[in-house]
Design a protein around this ligand. Structure first.
Ligand code: FES
Length: 74
């Protein structure tokens, strides 16, 4: 189900794979549910602990990150 606000997560350093197809059961992370489709997860290298806002409405111009576009659909 689409939510109207981004996923705000305090990430630890490492390689992150964020879902691009919307079918993951572990949003915002990829769980492999895209297999067989044309979607591929967003790969992001996190170099230091930081808080990220991951888009959940798919309207951001800066995917996989939120750019505030969800506010325009309310
Ligand atoms: S499960 Fe959605 S991109 Fe992998």
């Amino acid at each position: 189900m689409e939510q109207k606000h981004p996923y705000v997560i305090k990430e630890q350093p490492g390689t992150k794979y964020y879902c691009a197809c919307g079918k993951s059961q572990n949003l915002p992370y990829c769980d492999g549910a895209h297999k067989g489709s044309n979607f591929h997860p967003w790969k992001v290298e996190v170099n230091e602990e930081k808080t990220v806002a991951i888009c959940s409405c798919s309207r951001s111009a800066k995917l996989p990150f939120c750019d505030g576009a969800h506010k325009l659909q309310e």
